[in-house]
Design a protein around this ligand. Structure first.
Ligand code: ADP
Length: 447
């Protein structure tokens, strides 16, 4: 096992990883920008190294500084968390070239899944159901018309290098296709430096269902069921739950097995998430994330596993402890993402937290890097906390979420906390009856 791990991240996820390291008897090294000198992850780690000025590109994304921090501290492995360098295949290669271990999948798997056309093609061959669409990239407007007429309107044009919902355009009719195709290409070019696009059937009212998978890198893999992350604003998840309110045990076992078999077949190592749109009982693959996700705690709650511990074990070459037969979901878990943002526009609201009190009690987990007097810097993601509740069933989880939101105090800044009690008053939310469009529509009605 590793003696020392460097965490190439900040905020709540850095704390999450430090906690797993400590329980495993592994020393942790935090890295930080000058803006984060007083951050909680720096205080909580065994050691810390300052890696540069505030902008991410000069600190948390600055590969030479991170490698140097490993060499200075003697860390043998790097956990990337999510975001930043977590899905950067070139970084993984550099880590390995320096004789260090990247806690995650191989550079090759990251590369395959980072290119959406290759990812879709790979998944299709592995028997994973995909959205009907073009066979690979679509280079000309004529081709776009032919493909779209064949799959039927509406269609969505997506960037092969896409991410964060950028480079995506909807065309409801052949007339709209000309503009949508050109706009998607130019947006993709400017956002990702690659104008290749592909076309898919546009699904009108799907849910976002994602399957957590975990592989040992040697041909064995398991699934840990699904998360429903349909409640989104601008493609950003806001509220996630497991199990999915619309997924039964038989459906879970079927799609879960398909996903586990697919990642086993490619010798995938570590945690991964296969994302689907789900409509009328059918799953349609959209992408695979080759990292730990923000919303992983809901899966940990219902399956009683520590995914970060398992990631570290597998990266160290130890056998994977997860066994499919033992993985049975218990109860229901919900996570809400708390951002330093001002409602109703969700405008970023960094600043000093004058008072902080975290909720507690049975079935409540608060993953946050906040503390009394902490000044949230303006340079990074606005996620400041994740509140995760676990109950014996969905009603109990909802009651526990309502109760724990009432205990939470974050003074001095605006946050998205007030959104959640409102959502928990909505009959659709209480019934679990919502699609990926529900939240945007609800917010628009209140604007
Ligand atoms: P990104 O990596 O940019 O987030 P995704 O492929 O994951 O792109 O898609 C992001 C979101 O766009 C999905 O969660 C969904 O809301 C919407 N979307 C993507 N593909 C389709 C489709 N074929 N039909 C309807 N909506 C889609």
């Amino acid at each position: 096992m590793f003696k020392k791990i460097l965490i190439a991240n900040r905020g709540e996820i850095a704390l999450r990883i430090i906690r797993a390291c400590r329980e495993m008897g592994i020393a942790s090294v935090a890295v930080h920008s000058t803006a984060d000198a007083d951050a909680m992850h720096v205080r909580m780690a065994d050691e810390s190294v300052c890696i540069g000025p505030p902008p991410g590109s000069e600190s948390y994304l600055h590969v030479p500084s991170i490698i140097s921090a490993c060499e200075i501290s003697g860390a043998e492995a790097i956990h990337p968390g999510y975001g930043f360098l977590s899905e950067n295949a070139a970084f993984v290669q550099i880590v390995q070239d320096h004789g260090l271990t990247f806690i995650g999948p191989t550079a090759e798997h990251i590369r395959i899944m980072g290119d959406k056309i290759t990812a879709k093609d790979t998944m299709k061959k592995l028997g994973v159901p995909c959205v009907p669409g073009s066979d690979g990239g679509v280079a000309t407007l004529e081709e776009a018309h032919a493909v779209s007429a064949q799959i039927g309107y509406p269609v969505i044009i997506k960037a092969t290098a896409g991410g964060g919902g950028r480079g995506m355009k909807l065309a409801r009719t052949a007339e709209e296709l000309d503009y949508a195709f050109r706009a998607a290409r130019s947006e993709a070019k400017s956002a990702f430096g690659n104008d290749e696009v592909y076309i898919e059937k546009y699904l009108g009212r799907p849910r976002h269902i994602e399957i957590q998978v975990f592989g040992d890198g040697k041909g064995r893999a398991v699934h840990l069921g699904e998360r429903d992350c349909s409640l989104q604003r601008r493609h950003q998840k806001v509220f996630e739950e497991a199990p999915g309110p619309c997924i039964d045990a038989e459906t879970r076992a079927r799609i879960g097995a398909t996903c586990a078999e697919a990642v086993a077949a490619i010798n995938y190592a570590g945690a991964g998430t296969i994302e689907f749109l789900y409509e009328d009982g059918e799953f349609y693959f959209i992408e695979m994330n080759t990292r730990l996700q923000v919303e992983h705690p809901v899966t940990e709650a219902v399956y009683g596993v520590d995914l970060v511990r398992e990631q570290i074990r597998v990266a160290a070459g130890l056998p994977m402890e997860l066994v499919q037969e033992d993985l049975v979901p218990q109860g229901h878990a919900i996570e809400v993402r708390i951002n330093a943002e001002r409602l109703p526009n969700f405008s970023p609201c960094p600043g000093r937290v004058t008072a902080y009190h975290a909720p507690g009690g049975l079935g409540v987990r608060m993953d946050s890097a906040l503390y009394d007097g902490y000044a949230i810097p303006p340079y990074y993601d606005s996620l400041i906390a994740k509140l995760i509740v676990h109950g014996r069933d969905r009603d109990e989880a909802v009651a526990r979420l309502r109760r724990s939101l009432g205990e939470l105090i974050v003074d001095g800044i605006d946050t998205t906390v007030p959104l959640f009690p409102m959502l928990l008053n909505e009959p659709d939310i209480l019934k679990g009856d919502y699609t990926i469009h529900w939240l945007e529509k609800w917010l628009a009605e209140r604007a």
